[in-house]
Design a protein around this ligand. Structure first.
Ligand SMILES: *Cc1c(COP(=O)(O)O)cnc(C)c1O
Length: 227
């Protein structure tokens, strides 16, 4: 493991500053998706002041949460019940809640705190995509309301690979706004949406949190560049 002084691998800190300034100027939070990032890149970003990181594999989240306790580690990938304890113990927030059984398994293992959760929605109802179908959202939210250690923070979505990102993001906002007039009146839920290729569209459509991986860590990626 790299114990060397954090450097600026391949312009990482320049990309980070540019993205951070672009994103946080709008009041939106930047999640650095470090699932494929090497340790030295993570260490360099933490040293530069990035706090929120996201991982898609529970064991890597656990390992990094233990290694870098000053950062906040967000879970964004599909979760199996037998990995629930890693998220219950180490995640700052869990953004990929999609079924009540897995949520119960995590809730049962959270100790001494409430874990912030986002429900991942399959906005277009597309086959084989992760997330709860919009028709099942209200029922899942009702179930979550009965779990004492989970605290509903918002909704999350991923735009379909070759689909209309703006329609997906606007759809998630519409689902959130419809809930606001109903059973969840009062608590304004956040929207976690937008990745390297579409984050500016997500911000235009009301994102509160964007998740950026390749556009930050991969010098060769096609990011939607600011401006
Ligand atoms: C990998 C991943 C991201 C980051 O995607 P990039 O296109 O690399 O920015 C965002 N959200 C989720 C759920 C992911 O799995």
């Amino acid at each position: 493991m790299a114990e060397a002084m954090p450097q600026n691998p391949a312009g990482l800190l320049d990309r980070w500053r540019e993205l951070r300034d672009d994103i946080e100027a709008t009041g939106v939070r930047l999640l650095a998706v470090s699932k494929y990032a090497p340790e030295e890149a993570v260490a360099a970003l933490i040293a530069a002041g990035q706090v929120d990181f996201a991982e898609s594999r529970p064991q890597q989240l656990r390992d990094r949460a233990l290694r870098y306790p000053a950062a906040r580690w967000h879970m964004i990938g599909p979760l199996q019940k037998n990995k629930a304890r890693y998220i219950a113990r180490h995640a700052a927030a869990w953004h990929s809640v999609e079924d009540i059984d897995t949520a119960r398994a995590v809730d049962a293992r959270v100790e001494g705190r409430r874990l912030a959760v986002f429900v991942q929605v399959n906005v277009g109802g597309i086959a084989h995509q992760h997330g709860v179908h919009p028709a099942g959202l209200a029922r899942l939210l009702e179930g979550l309301a009965g779990l004492p250690n989970l605290s509903l923070s918002g909704l999350m979505c991923m735009a379909p690979r070759d689909g209309d990102a703006r329609a997906c993001f606007a759809g998630l906002r519409g689902l959130r706004d419809a809930l606001g007039n109903g059973s969840l009146a009062g608590a304004k839920l956040g929207l976690c949406m937008g990745m390297s290729g579409d984050y500016r569209i997500a911000i235009e459509e009301g994102a509160d949190i964007v998740r950026i991986g390749s556009g930050l860590f991969d010098a060769t990626s096609e990011t939607q560049h600011p401006g």
